[in-house]
Design a binder for this molecule. Sequence first.
Ligand SMILES: [Cu+2]
Length: 152
Amino acid sequence: MNVKKALIVLAVFFLVAPLAWSKGEISVKDPWVRQNPPGASVTAAYMVIENPAAAGDELLEVSCSCSASSSLHVTEMREDSMAMKKVASIEVPAGESVALSPGGYHVMLEGLSSDIKESVILELKFRSGARISVTAPVLDPPEATRRSHHHH
Ligand SMILES: [Cu+2]
């Protein structure tokens, strides 16, 4: 191997290596939106946000063309009832994942233009400037929820 070839190999190594070694970027897994009852103008969206990056990030906003507005909520136990509270953002620490799921964090989609069908597109905006767009299937409430209602 001559010197020129060796330099090219080195150059390629340094160009490619950082990509191969980077731990990846923030991503969204398993997004879904709860089917709104006929005529209801509000529903919720859920997902898991994974942040394998070395720096923490923060979810600022999730918007959907299906709704007039949206906000980030958390469901909390208050005395003996569940209550929803608006939050300004949702922290996603470095190397961790945060679940938006029924009974916890969720995205409230308000002012639905019509009954949602099949899937909707959600646009996520992060403090770091990252923008992620995901297709979220529209699902009926989980079987478990339905069953618990029919048992009484
Ligand atoms: Cu809510």
